[in-house]
Every structure is written in C-alpha cells, then in structure tokens.
Design a protein around this ligand. Structure first.
Ligand code: 5AD
Ligand code: SF4
Length: 364
C-alpha cells in the first residue's frame, strides 16, 4: 500500500487515493492539511478575496428537500429587497474596496425576473464605473438568459451540483420536472459556453452520502474543469423533509472535519481555482471559515445584505448572525485573516487563476 505521505504529494490522484484521503484519521489529517496549505500558498498565494454577498430575495419556486427557504415551507417570512436597496449594498461594497459582489436569490424563471437582473447588472456597473465584479447565484436558467446576463456584465456564476450522484441527487430533490438532474448538469455546461467563470459545489455530510460519493464529487469538479468552488457541511433544518433522516447524520464536528478535508483535497486536485470558505462552516465552528482559508480556501463572502432582511435567508439552522455593522464586520474579518497570515486583496476582482489560464486572459 502506498504510504499516506506519498499519496498527498502526488500530482494526479486516483479515486482510491481520494477515498484514502477522505477517510484518513489522526495525524494523517494534519499531514493532509499541511500539504494543502502549502499547495495553496505556492499556487494562489496568501491573498484572500472578498465577495460582498447580497441575498436579495428568499422567494423560491423550488422545493429542494434540504433547504429552509423551499417553496413548501409556509413558516418563512418572504422578502424581496428593492432594486435601490440592492444598489446601495453594491455601492457599499464598491466604496469599501471589496472588488466584487455576489447576487444570490431563490430560483425564479420569468421574463420579468430576467429583465430585473439585467437592469441591476447595468446599474451596478454604472455606479462603480464599470469596476465592481458581479457573480450571479440564481439557479438554473435557459442558455439565452445566461447569455443576456453575461452581456449585461455578470462574469461569474455559482451553481452548486449539490451531489454529482444522480441517485443521491434524487434523494435530496423531488423527482419531477422542475428538479431534473440532467438540467442542472446542462446548465453548468451552458454557463461555461456563455463565457462565465463557473463555480459549483456540493453539500458534505448529507444523509445517504458515502466517501465514494464525495470522491466522485471531487472528480466531477475536476472533469468539469471548474474555475471556482463553494462547498460546505449539510446542516439540517427542522422545517424540511430531509430532517426525518437526522439520525443518519454524522455528528456536526465530523461533518465539519469532512468538509475541511474536501477543501484540502480539492486544492490538491485543482491547484489554481478559487475555493470559498463557506458560511456553513462557521455555523459549526466560530473559526470555521478561517480554518478553511488556512488549509486551502482563498475566498470569503461577507454578508452585506441589509440588516432587516438578513435573518430571513435561513437555508439551514444556526446560520451565523452578524451583529456588527458592515464596516466593523469588515475590520473584524480583516483581523481574523491577518491572524492566519493571509492578507485581503482589496479592489481586485480576484478572478480564478485557473480561468485566466484556460482563457489566456489578463489578470483582473
Ligand atoms: N445545509 C447546508 N447548505 C445548504 N444549502 C441549502 N440548504 C442547505 C442546508 N440545509 C446550500 C445549497 C445551495 C446553497 C445556496 O445553499 O448548497 O446551493
Ligand atoms: Fe430554492 Fe436554492 Fe433553496 Fe433549492 S436550495 S429551495 S433552489 S433557495
């Protein structure tokens, strides 16, 4: 059997190597994390980029079994932030040198919705002198819609596959037309074709999920040649159908370590992509995101959703609440990032180096 220290130094990894790393224990975990930290430093350096996250609406037409804001949850107070408030949040990001924002919302498909996002993109470009980068995270849409939004100025898109295993996908989503696995896969290809930097990711520690599933998820991302990844632990929400399987779940601390392992292994597999330290990590451990940044992630998404709405975007329970105002929060994050020996890359889009390499583009 190949020694563990040899596996983590490989350049290409077999499915078995990945499973071995996912299931490692004790000191091997530290070895893996030290290796992925080194690979991060050598390939993307110690710069962490901010993406100001604007959760502009929790109205969603879908019914994912894991998600607290699914359409079928009658207990959610629904909100839809006005366009002016969204622009104000974007202006805050711009004036605080964030470099880019993420517009995230429930999944809706209509001409009115398409036009609204298009208009918001134009306005964000206008108020920022064309400088603020915009990532969209608004689900599956037609190729035409993706193209329109790209033309209006969006350049990155996040669409998690949630699980790349079709069987598991249908255990966590309704088996019907609106939640087709094939459409999710197609959307990821359409996004790439439209010119976006494409990000995907999965939930870690789902009921029924195995180490083999997670290894396949990592290989899926590698094969899709993604530019960015956002993934984090699954955290059960009592108002969702998946909650009935809570007895099948790993303890939260184990889901947390497994999530860190996924980030570390992805960094070994895809050395120069952007990897986000997800908020869900922080829901389990107050230093969760910093730990992820230390061992491989290089992106953090501070929530800049206006305070009065922020408490209603509860995809999962125990979502960390930000009590400081946005400026204090920025300073707080900056200090935390300095504590782990990283620096914030202000005023930069912080594009995925991987994307630049594959498209032959210039640094942004
Ligand atoms: N636990 C963790 N992540 C969740 N998401 C939705 N519900 C949960 C949950 N219960 C994630 C999904 C989705 C993203 C916006 O939030 O991966 O793509
Ligand atoms: Fe809607 Fe996204 Fe939640 Fe699914 S995960 S119900 S698409 S907000």
């Amino acid at each position: 059997m190949t020694p563990f220290s040899e596996i983590i130094h490989k350049d290409t990894f077999t499915r078995d190597d990945i499973i071995r790393m996912l299931t490692c224990t004790g000191d091997e975990i530290n070895e893996l994390f030290a290796r992925s930290a080194k690979v991060k430093e050598e390939n993307v350096g110690n710069v962490v980029y901010f993406r100001g996250l604007i959760e502009f609406s929790n109205i969603c037409s879908k019914n994912c079994y894991y998600c607290g804001i699914r359409k079928g949850n009658r207990h959610v107070k629904r909100y839809n932030i006005s366009d002016d408030e969204i622009i104000e949040a974007a202006r805050f990001a711009y004036e605080n040198d964030f470099g880019s924002v993420v517009l995230q919302g429930g999944e809706l498909e209509s001409e009115a919705y398409t036009a609204r996002i298009e208009n918001l993109l134009h306005r964000i470009k206008e108020i920022s002198d064309d400088k603020l980068g915009v990532t969209l995270s608004v689900g599956e849409q037609s190729p035409e819609v993706y193209k329109r939004w790209f033309a209006a100025g969006a350049h990155r898109y996040l669409l998690r596959i949630e699980s790349s295993d079709q069987q598991l996908y249908y255990k966590i989503h309704p088996t019907e037309k609106k939640h087709r696995f094939e459409r999710r896969i197609k959307a990821l290809h359409d996004l790439r074709e439209a010119g976006y930097q494409v990000g995907t990711g999965v939930m870690i520690g789902l009921p029924f999920q195995t180490a083999e599933n997670l290894a396949d998820d990592l290989l899926f991302m590698k094969n899709l040649d993604i530019d960015m990844c956002g993934m984090g632990p699954y955290i059960e929400h009592h108002e969702t159908p998946l909650y009935q399987y809570k007895n099948l779940l790993l303890p939260l601390e184990e889901r947390f370590v497994l999530s860190l392992k996924m980030i570390a292994i992805l960094r070994l597999l895809m050395k120069n992509i952007n990897i986000a330290a997800s908020t869900a990590l922080q829901a389990i451990d107050p230093f969760g995101r910093e730990k992820a940044l230390q061992l491989g992630a290089n992106i953090i998404m501070p929530n800049i959703t206006p305070g009065i709405y922020r408490d209603d975007y509860n995809l999962y329970e125990n979502k960390p609440k930000i009590t400081q105002n946005a400026e204090d929060y920025k300073r707080f994050l900056e200090e935390r990032i300095a504590q782990i020996g990283n620096v914030v890359g202000y005023n930069k889009w912080g594009d995925s180096l991987h994307f630049k390499e594959r498209s032959g583009g210039e640094a942004g």
